[in-house]
Design a protein around this ligand. Structure first.
Ligand code: SF4
Length: 451
């Protein structure tokens, strides 16, 4: 099942495995939009593939080792078959670049996140010259220029749309500024055109993506302008954005919560720690009182706005009082749907060689934080029982007997719908709940937003 000399002349099959964040998911879809121009079809069965692409993530612990482990697995699977073309994309590809080709000869191509516009040429070049190739140059502008000419054919009810990439903030624990490069915002019109195309193809919710999505700035337009422009697309029901930085939560964006009809009332705003001392050590560039000001302003505009966040527990230097400050902040804001991890150092970051705090203490603190966050979720979901919510139906459940949708707060909802409810906002009476899911029954169904 090797690659044909001219992929355009035959159907080639690509298997794409995606790790990590929503942006990687978006990228994997865009990579496929590109490679289908040179004859590739997507397969969900990797044993069928003649091209195996791994879109990697550098955020989690031991990211690099996980990639080599995965390649080892692929090698075993293809031991008695013809070797597929193996491509490593994503943030590990960017961080490791040439090293990957040296360490693992089974890898053919290494391509970083800002070089996806070169993927077709890179594949064709490799086939022609039988050469291993590494492309890890930062060139976000050319990438998006190229991708904007290729239709985004995802057609999912809830679709991602990357508007911004990279980061200039250099939090000491984070690899993003090194793997995604400097902050880059796509041109305003390019984004609006892609949004219209997504909606024409069935999207009813658009999630605007960026590593610092609220740092978006292009030709004088900010995220606030984008949201108000995108929501003019009549068949679009919902707009969301992620991930934000408190420093870029400017008044114009806060004010959008007054004006907007389609922006959802869940604000994902990573705080990382409740202690000013730790925020400073992390180089976060914001304080807790600034964070609370944002919270108060938004709550004043709409008291039903809820917050979710990310927390790093056990950052080097975190003492009991710092942890207590984090815990107090969680109790004060009552975050829902949050992520929390124990700090683990990433190679190449400023925090790489800091003295770690005792592992057991970190684990105990994490447990305490997670218990509190889970409790918040459970009580939020419980409070919704017997209430009526607007749910955007996204899909059939796996057994196809019910449908799956999401509330305005992104909570999963299972309900008694049918296939033709997909893509609609329905009014649902919540009957039961657990920590992660609500269960309900449809009261009305319409193409219009009901509240
Ligand atoms: S703001 Fe900090 S955590 Fe977020 S991407 Fe930039 S460096 Fe990483």
């Amino acid at each position: 099942m090797g690659l044909k000399k001219n992929p355009n002349s035959m159907n080639q099959k690509i298997f794409i495995k995606t790790f990590g964040c929503q942006m990687n998911e978006y990228d994997s879809n865009r990579i496929f939009d590109s490679v289908k121009k040179i004859g590739f079809q997507k397969t969900e069965n990797y044993e069928d593939a003649n091209c195996y692409l791994l879109n990697t993530c550098h955020i989690r612990d031991k990211a690099k080792e996980k990639v080599y482990h995965e390649i080892g697995r692929v090698k075993k699977i293809f031991r008695s078959k013809q070797k597929p073309l193996v491509i490593i994309a994503g943030c590990v590809a960017q961080a490791e670049n040439q090293e990957m080709l040296k360490r693992e000869p089974y890898i053919d191509l290494v391509i970083g996140p800002q070089s996806y516009h070169k993927i077709n040429d890179t594949i064709l070049n490799h086939i022609k010259k039988k050469k291993k190739i590494e492309e890890t140059y930062f060139d976000a502008e050319s990438k998006f220029k190229y991708l904007s000419k290729i239709k985004n054919d995802l057609g999912k009810v809830s679709s991602f749309l990357t508007i911004q990439e990279g980061c200039d903030k250099f939090c000491h624990f984070c690899v993003v500024p090194y793997t995604r490069g400097p902050e880059y915002s796509r041109p305003f019109k390019q984004i609006i055109d892609e949004a219209k195309y997504l909606v024409d193809n069935g999207a009813r919710e658009i999630i605007l993506l960026g590593q610092n999505v609220n740092a978006y700035e292009s030709e004088g337009y900010r995220l606030s302008n984008l949201i108000l422009e995108i929501e003019k697309i009549s068949s679009l029901e919902r707009v969301r954005y992620t991930t934000s930085h408190p420093k870029d939560m400017t008044d114009d964006l806060i004010e959008v919560y007054k004006e907007s009809k389609k922006l959802m009332p869940l604000v994902h705003l990573p705080v990382q720690s409740g202690s000013n001392k730790i925020l400073d050590l992390m180089n976060r560039k914001h304080t807790i009182s600034e964070y609370l000001k944002i919270f108060d302003k938004l709550k004043k505009i709409n008291s039903s706005i809820e917050f979710s966040s990310d927390f790093i527990i056990g950052y080097p230097g975190e003492e009991d009082q710092d942890f207590q400050d984090t815990f107090n902040l969680i109790e004060r804001i009552k975050f829902i749907n949050s992520y929390s991890f124990v700090f683990s150092p990433r190679p190449g970051t400023a925090a790489e060689n800091l003295k770690l705090i005792d592992k057991q203490i970190s684990m105990e603190r994490l447990q305490k934080v997670q218990n509190q966050l889970f409790e918040n979720q459970v009580s939020m979901n419980k409070s919704l029982e017997n209430k009526t919510l607007n749910v955007l139906v996204e899909n059939l459940t796996e057994d196809k007997t019910q449908v799956f949708g999401r509330s305005e707060y992104m909570t999963s909802v299972i309900l008694n719908g049918k296939k033709n409810d997909i893509g609609k906002i329905v009014s649902v009476k919540i009957k039961q709940s657990n920590r992660s899911t609500l269960f309900g029954e449809i009261i009305t169904s319409s193409n219009q937003k009901v509240a």
